[in-house]
Design a protein around this ligand. Structure first.
Ligand SMILES: *Cc1c(COP(=O)(O)O)cnc(C)c1O
Length: 221
């Protein structure tokens, strides 16, 4: 596996060269992460708290850790001191816990709200009604140690590109709609995290600012 060559090929294929690349290194050995680091990657995506904890100890200080998977509230405390961005915030309960642990760690933790855009039942995320309900809640307005910098979504796992495009377009539409609302200062919507190895080009065409790419860089899992 030539990680450096894969990275170059992926970047070269970008439709938007300014789109940020998160190298998804879940399940991969530390040597693979170091190879990507040496090729210039600083942003790594992991989906398990335990794995991100031990890998963090093995990698250089300036590595930026992205929690991209489903995060249980009771595990936030293990990553609060160092996590760079939590992509999958899918409930108000989780957001409040991140706020609490951010407070304890004396940090403001950046997060993305995960929106349910796929047809699949299993994929986590807010629907529109849940999102509206949360942002109208007085407890939401009182958050102090989180910064919501954007939205994240995962398209349906399908070969139907029109459907994937439609779902990404829906997320971008929601992002714009949300941006036009009056929101508290800790909501600064700038990022749309959408696109993986199989659909990142469509995602970029539809306005992605951040893609999470694993297998095209590190090989199949
Ligand atoms: C695993 C994973 C990815 C990367 O998937 P690839 O298809 O390997 O690029 C992206 N996002 C999330 C949330 C993931 O769990």
């Amino acid at each position: 596996m030539d990680i450096k060559a894969n990275l170059q090929a992926v970047k070269k294929s970008f439709i938007n060269p300014n789109c940020k690349l998160i190298a998804v290194s879940k399940t991969k050995p530390i040597e693979a992460l170091k190879e990507a680091y040496e090729a210039g990657i600083r942003d790594f995506g992991e989906n398990k708290v335990q794995e991100i904890q031990w890998k963090q100890l093995e990698m250089p200080e300036d590595t930026k850790w992205h929690m991209i998977g489903h995060l249980q509230s009771n595990k936030v405390k293990y990553i609060a001191s160092f996590i760079h961005l939590i992509h999958g915030v899918d409930s108000f309960k989780l957001l409040k816990e991140i706020n609490k642990q951010g407070n304890k760690a004396d940090r403001v933790i950046s997060v993305l709200l995960q929106i349910h855009i796929s047809e699949e039942e299993s994929k986590f995320g807010f629907d529109h009604a849940e999102l509206d309900e949360m942002i109208a809640d007085p407890e939401f307005l009182a958050l102090t140690h989180v910064k919501i910098i954007g939205l994240m979504g995962m398209a349906t796992f399908t070969d139907n590109q029109d459907q994937v495009r439609k779902e990404f377009r829906g997320l971008k539409g929601l992002f714009e709609a949300l941006k036009s609302k009056t929101l508290p200062d800790f909501v600064q919507l700038e990022e749309i995290s959408m696109g993986m190895s199989g659909d990142y080009l469509i995602a970029q065409e539809e306005g992605s600012t951040m893609v999470r790419i694993g297998s095209s860089i590190f090989g199949a899992r």
